[in-house]
Write a protein that binds this ligand. Structure first.
Ligand SMILES: C[S@@+](CC[C@H](N)C(=O)[O-])C[C@H]1O[C@@H](n2cnc3c(N)ncnc32)[C@H](O)[C@@H]1O
Length: 256
C-alpha cells in the first residue's frame, strides 16, 4: 500500500544503507584540504548544514574538528546523535540558524543546499552562513546547474536486509524554467509477506551557476568554483553542470 510522508523521517534507519556507495571519506578529505588552502587561521570549528545521520561530522571529528550539525528532521538528528555524541545538534531549517562568527568551516553536501526553497530562502541560508562564519572562514557545498538536469530515472540503489529487499530511487526533474527543482523519491520494500512502497516529493530550488555566484557575491563571499571531483582540488572547467563551491568570507584586515 503506498504511503506518503517524509522518507527521511520514516526511513532514517535505512538512510546509511542507501548511501553506502557515497564516498564520505573523500568528501571530508577534500573539505579538510580546502580549509588548508582557503581558511586563513587553523580551522577548528565545523558546522554541517542538512547533516542527516552525521556521516560528515563523524569523519571531520577524526580530522580534529569540533563538530555541529543542523537538520530539520528530528529522526535524522537522532541517528546523528548516536553516531556523534559530542556534536552540537540543532533541529532547524536551513534558512533559520542564527550563529554569529562561530565556525571556520561550514559544509552542505549531497546537493542539500537546493533544499532551501524558494530562492529567497536559499539567499537567506547563504546569508546565515556568512554571519555564522568567522572572518576568513569557508562555506563549501556542491550544487547543480538546472540546465544540466536530464529528467531521467535518476539513481537507483538496491539493498538487502535480513528480511527484505529494498530499492531506493531518487530522481530530479526540472520543468525547463522557473526556480522549482522537483525531487522524487521512491522506496520499495519486498518481504516474504508482501511489498510496501513509500513515495515522496520535495520541492527544491533550481539555479544556474551564474545565479548562485550572484547570490554569494551579494552576501560578500569571494567565490572559487571547483570541479565536482572530490579526489582533486582544481578549478571548474565551466562545462560540467555540477560544481563544488568554495565561498570565502574575507578575513579582517585589522583596519577599522
Ligand atoms: C540527501 S540528505 C543529505 C544528508 C547528509 N548531508 C549526507 O550527505 O548524508 C538531505 C538532508 O537534508 C535535510 N533537509 C531537507 N530540507 C531541509 C531544510 N529545509 N532544512 C534543514 N534540513 C533539511 C533532510 O532531513 C536530510 O537529512
Amino acid at each position: 500500500m503506498p504511503q506518503s510522508g517524509s522518507l527521511y523521517a520514516d526511513l532514517s534507519g535505512y538512510y546509511d544503507q542507501f548511501c553506502a556507495e557515497i564516498d564520505y571519506a573523500s568528501q571530508c578529505d577534500f573539505a579538510h584540504r580546502a580549509c588548508s588552502l582557503f581558511v586563513t587561521s587553523p580551522a577548528r570549528d565545523y558546522l554541517d548544514l542538512a547533516c542527516g545521520t552525521g556521516q560528515h561530522m563523524q569523519l571531520m571529528q577524526m580530522h580534529g574538528y569540533t563538530v555541529s550539525g543542523l537538520d530539520n528532521s528530528a529522526a535524522m538528528l537522532a541517528q546523528a546523535a548516536v553516531r556523534c555524541p559530542a556534536a552540537a545538534l540543532l533541529l532547524c531549517d536551513l534558512a533559520g540558524f542564527t550563529h554569529a562568527s562561530s565556525f571556520d568551516l561550514i559544509t552542505c553536501f549531497l546537493y542539500s543546499i537546493h533544499y532551501s526553497h524558494p530562492a529567497a530562502a536559499l539567499q537567506q541560508t547563504l546569508q546565515r552562513a556568512w554571519t555564522a562564519l568567522k572572518p576568513g572562514g569557508l562555506l563549501l557545498f556542491n550544487a547543480v546547474d538546472a540546465r544540466g538536469i536530464r529528467n531521467d530515472e535518476g539513481v537507483v540503489t538496491n539493498i538487502t536486509t535480513v528480511d527484505a529487499k529494498l530499492s531506493f530511487q531518487s530522481a530530479w526533474h526540472y520543468r525547463g524554467e522557473g526556480e522549482v527543482l522537483d525531487l522524487y523519491l521512491r522506496i520499495t520494500q519486498a518481504t516474504a509477506t508482501g511489498s510496501r512502497q513509500w513515495q515522496d516529493h520535495h520541492t527544491m530550488t533550481a539555479l544556474t551557476v551564474p545565479q548562485l555566484q550572484q547570490m554569494l557575491a551579494a552576501c560578500g563571499f569571494q567565490v572559487q568554483l571547483l570541479e565536482h571531483d572530490y579526489s582533486v582540488l582544481r578549478p571548474w572547467d565551466g562545462l560540467s553542470h555540477n560544481v563544488i563551491v568554495a565561498a570565502c568570507k574575507p578575513a579582517l584586515t585589522g583596519l577599522a
